[in-house]
Ligand binder design. Structure first.
Ligand code: G3P
Ligand code: MG
Length: 343
């Protein structure tokens, strides 16, 4: 019948769209739910007139926890199931680096959490700054080593080990110590602490950062400095000390590689939901940060939606990086507007 034809047509269109959600400032504030997010996700998970699941993935610059732990926590907060197969955090694509490096310095995050993440990614020998400080406290003159630090450390004889790469996974909890150790390693001969390279470039080990956000919204009235600020400081120090630019790789939004990675995740999630491994034609990215979510989405040809529940607080659209699909009060408004347009 005609009604069935209309429904079949809508189902077809629904399978040709997908959503990409930013997390902080769109779905949650820290551990607090943004109420419209629960409603939007329930709708996409099948609570709609078609009774169909509309594919969506999560693409966050957040970091510092295992993917499984973070998705379990988010499933609880959002009261909707979130699978690790539809979830990308800043360091998720860095898993691929485990194929190239065995011995790595992992920087940032609380306690030993990022060490656990790196272990799960398959890195063989994972060193964190605390291991080095416990081995030789004179490396970080402003750091006091507690009994707890000693208990958590895995001190090796670092004068005999070459660290092959530096991976900044999450925000530094101790800029002075982390910057000192990173600079020491960047200036060393092939990652051997206690040495100084004759040529600062050819013997330098590579450094990777999981994301580049300068600022991050927190409970404080003004956004706080994030990994991007740490990196810029480090680059300036390195340049001043050596006279050469620091080459580095940055992951996360708005870097192109992250969007390519997202395409792969969308295609395999489409396969999971609808048995069709492909990227739908109409992708809608919903974010709160023009400088990361929107600029990256626009460059990649996605329809971008900016919401007013996070970093962006302006009246109209963002001037430098306007969202292509528009500005919305919250995520529910954005999702329903996209569905009205496509279905
Ligand atoms: O700035 C780091 C992080 O908190 C941003 O997360 O989900 O807004 O990309 P998200
Ligand atoms: Mg955000």
């Amino acid at each position: 019948s005609q009604i069935q034809d209309i429904k079949a047509d809508k189902v077809k269109k629904a399978k040709n769209m997908a959503f990409v959600f930013d997390i902080d400032g769109v779905l949650v504030h820290g551990d607090r739910l943004i109420p419209e997010a629960k409603r939007a996700l329930s709708m996409l998970n099948g609570d709609n007139e078609l009774g169909i699941k509309i594919p969506h993935i999560f693409l966050t610059n957040g970091s510092g926890k295992l993917e499984l732990a973070r998705t379990q926590q988010l499933s609880k907060i959002l009261q909707n199931p979130i699978s690790t197969d539809q979830f990308i955090q800043s360091h998720t694509p860095m898993r691929a680096l485990a194929e190239y490096y065995n011995t790595v310095l992992v920087v940032g995050g609380e306690g030993n959490r990022c060490r656990e993440v790196a272990e799960e990614y398959g890195f063989k020998e994972i060193i964190v700054p605390n291991d080095i400080v416990v081995w030789d406290p004179t490396i970080a003159p402003y750091r006091t080593v507690s009994e707890e630090d000693k208990a958590k450390a895995r001190p090796l004889d670092f004068s005999k080990i070459n660290i092959e790469a530096i991976l900044v996974f999450s925000d530094s909890r101790d800029y002075a110590t982390d910057m000192q150790i990173i600079v020491d390693l960047l200036r060393s001969e092939n990652g051997r602490l206690g040495t100084m390279a004759k040529d600062p470039v050819s013997q330098r080990i590579p450094i990777y950062f999981s994301q580049g956000d300068l600022l991050c919204p927190t409970e404080h009235p003004y956004p706080r400095m994030s990994q991007g600020a740490f990196r810029i400081g480090l680059e300036a120090m390195y340049k001043a000390l050596t006279g050469v630019e620091l080459e580095r790789v940055v992951y996360g939004k708005p870097e192109l590689a992250t969007y390519k990675y997202a395409d792969e995740v969308i295609a395999s999630w489409m396969d999971m939901l609808h048995g069709e491994e492909r990227v739908p034609d109409n992708i809608y990215m919903i974010g709160d940060n023009p400088a990361s979510d929107v600029i990256g989405g626009n460059m990649y040809g996605w329809n971008t939606c900016l919401v007013r529940t996070g970093v962006f607080q302006g009246g109209g659209n963002d001037e430098d990086n306007p969202a292509s699909f528009g500005v919305f009060a919250n995520v529910w408004e954005a999702v329903t507007a996209a569905c009205r347009k496509e279905l």
